[in-house]
Structures are given as C-alpha cells and as structure tokens.
Write a protein that binds this ligand. Sequence first.
Ligand code: NAD
Length: 429
Amino acid sequence: MSDSIFDSAKAQLDKALKYYSIDSESELRLQTPKAALSVSIPVRMDDGSLRVFQGYRVRYNDLLGPAKGGIRFHPGVNIDEVKSLAFWMTFKCAVVGIPYGGGKGGVTVNPKELSLLEIERLSRGYMSAVADFIGPNVDIPAPDVYTNSMIMGWMVDEYSKVSGEYTPSIITGKPIALGGSLGREDATGRGGYYALEAMRDGLGLPKGKLTVAVQGFGNVGYHFARLAAEAGHKVVAVSDSKGGIYTDDGLDPKSVHQVKEESRELKAAYCQGSVCEIRDFQSISNEDLLELDVDVLVPAALENVITEKNAPKIRAKVVVELANGPTAPIADEILFENKIHVIPDILANAGGVTVSYFEWVQNRMGLYWEEQEVHERLKKKMDAASFEVLELSKEHGCDLRTCAYIAALRRLNEAVKAKGTLRNFNSRR
Ligand code: NAD
C-alpha cells in the first residue's frame, strides 16, 4: 500500500463517489490542487548564523469561496502532507456549509528547538514569502499544529506591512487585540464536543456520563476534554507527545493543563499541583491509550495513529477525530465492521474553521460579537451538519466519514454545475 497521505485522503473521496455520483466535471476538478507553492525561508538565528527553512502553501480548491486552512510548524511537514490537509479543508468547509474552499500551509521545523525570537523571525519570514500567493479573498491561513494566536499576530502584522494596509481578514485565529474573535481559542474542541452531543443518541451511546480518552493534549484536545468534564463526563486518560496519564476516577483537565503549562510535560502532573496529589494517576503510552475500554476515544494529535495494526484492538464505541486524518482507510474499514462509529475529522474538527469564518466576517464588517453569540452560532452550524450526516447514514447505510463526504460533495457539485459544465454547453447546441 502507498505511504502517501494524499492517496489515503483520495481513497476516502473515491469511496464516497461509489455511494453518491456527481457530475464527471466535478469529480475531475476535485482530483488535484489548484495551486501549490514551495518557498525557502532564510532566518537569522540568535547566535548570528543563518538557517534556511522549507515552507509550503497549497490552495486545493476554491469552488465555494477563498481557500482556508492552517499553517503547521512541525519537523514532519512535507508537500504530500500539506496537500492532503488542504484537500481535507475543501471537504470540511463544504460539510459545515461555510463559503470557503480548502488550503493549508506549513514549515518543516521543530519549533521546540527555536527561541521565541527565532520563531517570530521564521513566522514573519514565512508570511512575507507567501504574501503574494494568499489574500483575504484568495486564501486565508490560520493556526494548526505548533502555531498559535501569537504567531498569527506576527503574521498579520507582517502581511499588513508587506501589503501596505491594515488587513486583519488575511488570517484568522489572531489575538483579540489584533482583530481575533472571541470564542476562537476553544472552537475546534468545542465544535467536536457539540458534534458528539448532537450525534450521541443517533449513534446509540449510553445515556448520562460517558468515559472519554484523549490523545493529544494541545489546544484542541484540552478544550474538548475540559468541556466534556464540565458537562459531567469522565475523562479517564489524556496524553501528549511525551506520554499519557490514566485514572479510573476521571481527571480534571483544567488542573492537568495548568500543571502541563507550568512544567511543559504532562508526566509532571503525577505528583505536582493540588488535584494530582489526591489522584492516583497511572502512566499510559500513546499506543495503549488508543486501546482503552472507553465510550469515546478522541485522537487529537497527528495523522495515521489508528492503523491496520491497532484498529482491531480499539474498544471505544465512538471515535471523535479531532486531529486531521488520524485513521488510515484500512483501519476505517475495520472499525466499521466492528460497529465502532467514527465522527470524521472533516466534521468533528470543523468548529475551528467555522469560528475562523466568523472571525473573517467580523473583520470585514468591523463589528465584533459577544462570546456567547459565537458559541451559539457555532452550535447551530455543528448541529445542522451533524444531523445532516446522521440522516445520510440512514439513507445510504454508509459510515459517517463517507456520509460527511457526500454532504460536502452535494454542495461542491452544485457549485460546479452552477458555473457551467459540458451539460450546459450541449444544451445550447
Ligand atoms: P497543538 O500543537 O496545540 O497540540 C498538539 C498536541 O499533540 C500537543 O499536546 C502535542 O504534545 C501532542 N502530540 C504531538 N505528537 C504526538 C504524538 N505522537 N502522540 C500524542 N500526542 C502528540 O495542536 P492543535 O491545534 O491542538 O492540533 C491538534 C490536531 O488537531 C492536529 O491534527 C490539527 O491539524 C487538528 N486541528 C486543529 C485545529 C485548530 O483549530 N487548532 C483545527 C482543526 C484541526
């Protein structure tokens, strides 16, 4: 089997096309990215030396509106990954019905090895390198793995310098002081939580308290865990790149997060901080966390963590994919056969891009909403998309991922047809 993430991503589309046929021209237009840019970014390091980093931006598709997608800083970033992430963004925006196409960017770097000032120079360097390729009506970046609102702040400042005008709508996920939206910080985790709550009855989850395990305790995983615990569910395990912690009693994500912030390592939460001292946490590896006997498993870190090898051992009733592409296509089949529902990434983690869209709208209006209004608008979007996907699963008998692709394909196909296809051409003759 191919190791290409893009091939795996395309396999998901091919599967949906077996259940739901679209105009052949729509199919053709979804096969390849519209544009891809590769840049080298020279950065002056703190010791005076020069390093050159590799960066990318891919605009996969803009049938429904300007391309939209985050910027990732990670040593594993490569063009195949960025292209796949841009592909998923195309379908994600279409599933939740926001007027965007799909894009993505990244820099091949381990930001943990850089000082804050070096990261600032790299962020500004990336933005000036891609400035001509993006734009508020063309392609709008946002945060992703190992990038955050501070980095978006540097980037919007750099773009405004390069373009010669204040342009907050060039990027989303900005600090509030620079035109960010209230409610953006926790939007992806919150959106995933809303999707789970909207679908739980339809997916046959037990009533009342659910047990939850979260792999990846960054922005997305933390906020999902926090909201789940606040709603009374039992978060029994969380992990980050260094390992995880587990307790039958359920942990308090807020305290764990606070300790992690202070210690920068989740394992320090064993014996530091008030909650940790009264809880009996066990150490758990990222691999074992995935195989826990819980109601809800949440991969919220990187792609391809549920594979052919470990899928048969997954015991959760529902997988909520907050990470992009955490389940390999073959693993998907195994989970489906084992009656484990997967709320797919393009739906489960669409809350971030939805509130990014709200941020862009507010920037263009120059009028800003209260946080509660943002939450309510997000819930409305996530509920509508979740119910649509559930309905499609009843209609077509397909797994939720395939149904989410069908929901997206319906909108993308309409846009292609509205722009004119061979059908229009033939009817005029
Ligand atoms: P983040 O950088 O805040 O957190 C990533 C977390 O994953 C960190 O805790 C890190 O330690 C952990 N991690 C890294 N490698 C790991 C490994 N091998 N095993 C377990 N944990 C590991 O990033 P984030 O913004 O929370 O993004 C997480 C995922 O969610 C990514 O797949 C991203 O593409 C996706 N996502 C993010 C957003 C968003 O708004 N931030 C939106 C949609 C999707």
